[in-house]
Design a protein around this ligand. Structure first.
Ligand SMILES: [Zn+2]
Length: 253
């Protein structure tokens, strides 16, 4: 199984899927200083993150590069716009207070029940957000070494919450929000079957958090930085893949 396929299996890491037990199959990636990774990823633009988002998208094969670039633009626009709308509607941009005003329940717990998972946060329909504090505690230790201000515990909590808030916004505005209304036809016969594109929702959630909190970098970089807090080897492998996806390095086989 190629390196890309392996990472594809568990999708983006933000709400976090299972931390894969790759064992000896773990792709060997060069060791890179955390500060260097942080700096490189801080320079990624929406299109570079978009290529990462689509690399985890089950429907990726249906789109060409131009379509993906357009989807990326639209998803980022959607996230940014809704941050503005929500801020205006509730007169609030602090994620915790916004959650309250939106009628959401916010829970914090150390880690998911059952264990064995790296999970940062989750939104459960219709109205519950959970933030897992284990990753916040681990990230705090890396704050200095990384130089990334998003790892500061209070800030990280806000970023995780803001991302999940977007999923609640989607739920509450399903009829009109781009990430829910934009669909592709999977097949037509005998019945039309149209599907949303999952990675648009993730890109928009990152853009929402970025705009709401006025961040100068994309919260997408937390996929690597928080993974590093659990497994350096896996963070290096993901970083290597991102450099290829981002066009900073020629793709290997
Ligand atoms: Zn998400």
């Amino acid at each position: 199984m190629g390196k890309r396929d392996m990472w594809k299996k568990f999708g983006g890491l933000f709400e976090a899927r299972n931390l894969p037990d790759l064992g000896p199959r773990l792709p060997k990636a060069p060791e890179v200083k955390l500060a260097v990774m942080t700096q490189t990823l801080a320079g990624f633009d929406d299109y570079q993150w978009g290529r990462y988002a689509f690399s985890r998208e089950p429907l990726e094969g249906r789109f060409d590069e131009r379509q993906k670039a357009r989807y990326t633009e639209e998803a980022n626009r959607c996230g940014g716009e809704w941050a503005g709308r929500v801020r205006k509607a509730y007169g609030e941009s602090t994620p915790r207070l916004l959650a309250e005003k939106m009628g959401l329940r916010v829970r914090t717990t150390e880690r998911p029940a059952g264990g064995g998972q790296v999970l940062f946060a989750q939104f459960v329909r219709p109205d519950e957000i959970t933030v897992f504090t284990d990753c916040i505690r681990r990230a705090a230790v890396l704050r200095q070494e990384s130089g990334c201000p998003l790892l500061e515990p209070g800030r990280l909590m806000e970023v995780l919450l803001a991302h999940e808030l977007f999923h609640a916004v989607e739920e509450q505005n399903a009829e009109q929000i781009y990430t829910r209304t934009e669909k592709v036809e999977l097949w037509k016969k005998p019945f039309s079957n149209r599907s949303t594109i999952a990675c648009l929702s993730e890109m928009a959630a990152m853009a929402f958090a970025r705009e709401l909190l006025g961040l100068s970098v994309s919260p997408y970089m937390l996929d690597v930085l928080l993974l590093y807090a659990y497994s350096r080897e896996q963070a290096w492998a993901l970083y290597e893949e991102l450099r290829i996806l981002g066009g900073l390095k020629e793709g290997g086989t």
